[in-house]
Design a protein around this ligand. Structure first.
Ligand SMILES: [Zn+2]
Length: 308
């Protein structure tokens, strides 16, 4: 099924590896980060209640027994025969067990108190809209991030002799959660309504408006094309069905190709092509080769511009 949705170009385009999650077809850390955030969202959406319940139970059970022997806290390393001092390297008051490192240590306790204070304020909406808001995260989610940050700070102390204060670790946890919230916000589709108005072309130019739509279930689409002169009079119109359309961008590309081929067949010598898919228009006007799955359509559209 997937291979039917891969566009095969008519020209001799070279084989290329593309990052299909992103529009440009090129990988960047930023795009990878967004894809990961999206995957987290998807997981959350599938079974969010179950997911959150599990986290809650995980923490309430004081971390399941199996982790008590896996996490390389110093008392575990000593049990495995390594010659280490099992004392907690942060407070130096008790042996470092998993319970001690992640729950009981006074350094952990300080971080937990500060983060919890921010969490309560966030829930009570005592903070400004863009500051310290934890969004819809519950305490169990935050506890996991906090445990990871506490463990990271502990490792810095053990391996690099760098000590982070409780406030610094708290600041790290909060900034991480804020970043996660910002990322989630950016992933939400923006809905902006722009009132479109048709403007006339120059007297010797035919303006061709096109649009493509697609059916997400059937993976098919349709297109419509209309040609007008400078007075706004309709010179011709054309509509039809599109096969193998995996997404809206492909529908727009295929509609643009239908429009431009039709314009040539109609004998128009000077045309202006207008569509509402900014991404497709930008790609066609770009001087670079497009590495996205739309690349073959874009290449054909660029070639078709030479007909006029
Ligand atoms: Zn300690």
């Amino acid at each position: 099924m997937a291979i039917r949705h891969v566009a095969i170009g008519r020209g001799n385009l070279p084989y290329t590896i593309i990052w299909h999650f992103y529009n440009s077809g090129k990988y960047s850390v930023r795009s990878g980060y967004r894809v990961l955030c999206n995957m987290v969202d998807l997981d959350d959406r599938d079974d969010s209640m179950e997911h959150k319940q599990t986290l809650w139970e995980l923490w309430n059970s004081d971390v399941p027994r199996v982790f008590h022997y896996i996490i390389p806290v110093l008392s575990n390393l000593q049990r495995r025969g390594m010659e280490v001092n099992p004392r907690c390297p942060r407070c130096e008051k008790e042996d470092e067990t998993v319970d001690h490192a992640l729950i009981e240590c006074e350094k952990t306790e300080q971080v937990r108190k500060m983060v919890h204070e921010c969490y309560v304020k966030s829930k009570q909406e005592e903070v400004a809209a863009d500051q310290m808001r934890f969004g819809d995260l519950n305490w169990a989610d935050i506890v996991l991030v906090m445990s990871w940050a506490i463990w990271g700070a502990r490792n810095k102390k053990v391996h690099d002799s760098i000590e982070f204060s409780a406030s610094e670790t708290t600041a790290f946890v909060i900034s991480y959660i804020m970043e996660f919230q910002r990322c989630k916000k950016r992933m939400q589709p923006k809905q902006t309504q722009v009132a479109a108005q048709w403007s006339a072309p120059d007297p010797n130019v035919i303006k061709i408006n096109f649009d493509g739509v697609y059916d997400n279930v059937a993976k098919t689409g349709s297109f419509g094309v209309i040609a007008r002169d400078y007075r706004g009079l309709v010179i011709g119109a054309y509509a039809g069905r599109l096969d193998f359309v995996p997404d809206a961008y492909t529908a727009e590309c295929k509609a643009a190709l239908k429009a431009i081929i039709w314009a040539r067949d109609m004998g128009f010598s000077r045309i202006m092509l207008e569509g509402d898919a900014l991404t497709v228009i930008k790609k066609v006007n770009s001087g670079e080769y497009d590495f996205s799955p739309l690349g073959v359509y874009i290449a054909e559209l660029k070639e078709a511009r030479n007909w006029f």
